[in-house]
Ligand binder design. Structure first.
Ligand SMILES: *Cc1c(COP(=O)(O)O)cnc(C)c1O
Length: 379
């Protein structure tokens, strides 16, 4: 059996090495390192893939979120609702812009932002909602867009974990994750479903005016050379990363299918085990692209299981071990413990298993049998 990796970037690279290397070499030969033709080419190809009018490449997924919020012209004190159970980047940029983060609980099955909790958190100061498509599964966008419409709020999709997922509306209409809200952000961090070989990110929107605004913000607020109309940032995707991404974009659907196949195999092995809750899948099969495969373990010491897996050289992760509302940086006297029962429980129960495009059957068999044996032996 091959050594198990949490994410097997090397195995994936080896299969596309010739094409990726040639594409990187092309950038080196032309020395068009910044804003070169590769960046434009990737932008166009991603726009086509997503079915969206504008992709604005930038330096990373955290910048993408920040720039999206800057583009919406939110003002200090405006309240932005997001999930308590997510990576800190989401709440970090809200705070950084002197907006007021309002954390709310998540759904116990999907781990995504809870619709009733959003409704409860809305005040006259609320200006935006940031749903995160956590672990690769689309949040309930239909309900979120309805709430946003009723209260005149912006929706910023944090699509760092779900690129390639497809959301299906109740009338059967389909749309790619990241193309439903007013604006979306994504990350091309190497371990993401579409990852480059360094840092990268992008913002998506169908709004022409907003896209224009965003293109200036990523480039020092310039719409005309050396005319700085707004306060911007410097956030670029470099040409070498764009070359990698453009090559990998062709494989994205296949990569996501490989993740789904691994998830199916995990599900099958854990099926009917009463202490293991496999990831709940909402809607159609393409709604989830399994950035992470995350179990809930009941009646077992999760941390002891993590230790045991480490001893067996099975990598795993706890995403996320601490609710954001309990993090020192984001504490707020408005938060009441009883408002976060789900997140509080999840942080004790979740464990994410190796998930990538190169998982092999014998590896999955070893991972699942090791977990089941441990849980059965520790009753
Ligand atoms: C990875 C991630 C980000 C940040 O992306 P970077 O490219 O690392 O800045 C933001 N939000 C979520 C949900 C993420 O998973």
């Amino acid at each position: 059996m091959k050594k198990i990796q949490m994410v097997d970037l090397k195995g994936q690279y080896q299969k596309i090495k010739n094409v990726v290397d040639a594409s990187i070499q092309e950038v080196l030969d032309t020395t068009a390192y910044i804003n070169g033709p590769k960046v434009h080419q990737f932008q166009k190809n991603l726009e086509n893939y997503l079915g969206i009018k504008h992709v604005i490449p930038c330096a990373n997924g955290t910048d993408a979120l920040q720039i999206a919020m800057m583009g919406l012209d939110l003002k200090p004190g405006d309240e932005v609702i997001t999930a308590d159970f997510t990576f800190a980047a989401t709440v970090e940029v809200i705070a950084l812009l002197h907006l007021t983060p309002v954390l709310v609980d998540v759904d116990p099955k999907t781990f995504n932002i809870d619709i009733e909790a959003i409704k409860k958190a809305i005040t006259p100061k609320t200006k935006a909602i940031v749903p995160v498509h956590l672990f690769g599964q689309c949040a309930n966008m239909e309900a979120i867009m309805e709430i946003a419409k009723a209260h005149n709020l912006f929706v910023i999709e944090d699509n760092a974990q779900a690129i390639g997922a497809t959301y299906t509306f109740s009338d059967g209409r389909k749309a790619k994750a990241g193309t439903i809200g007013h604006v979306a952000s994504t990350s091309f961090f190497p371990s993401k479903n579409l990852g480059c070989y360094g840092d990268g990110g992008a913002i998506f929107t169908n709004d022409d005016d907003l896209a224009h605004q965003l293109r200036g913000i990523v480039n020092h607020g310039m719409y005309e050379r050396y005319h700085h109309d707004v306060v911007g940032v410097n956030s670029r995707l470099d040409s070498i990363q764009a070359a990698v991404l453009d090559t990998k974009l062709e494989h994205l659907d296949r990569y996501n299918a490989a993740r789904l196949k691994a998830a199916d195999a995990y599900d099958k092995a854990f099926k009917d085990h009463k202490d293991i809750v496999t990831p709940f899948r909402e809607g159609s099969e393409d709604n989830h692209v399994f950035h992470q495969y995350t179990l809930k373990v009941k009646g077992t010491n999760r941390d002891a299981l993590v230790k045991h897996l480490n001893e067996k050289e099975i990598p795993c992760g706890v995403y996320y071990p601490i609710p954001l509302h309990l993090q020192k940086a984001y504490k707020d006297s408005r938060y009441k413990e009883e408002d976060f029962p789900v997140t509080t429980q999840l942080v004790k129960e979740v464990i994410s298993l190796p998930m990538h495009t190169e998982l092999e059957d014998d590896q999955i068999e070893f991972i699942t049998s090791t977990i089941i044996n441990f849980i059965n032996d520790h009753k």
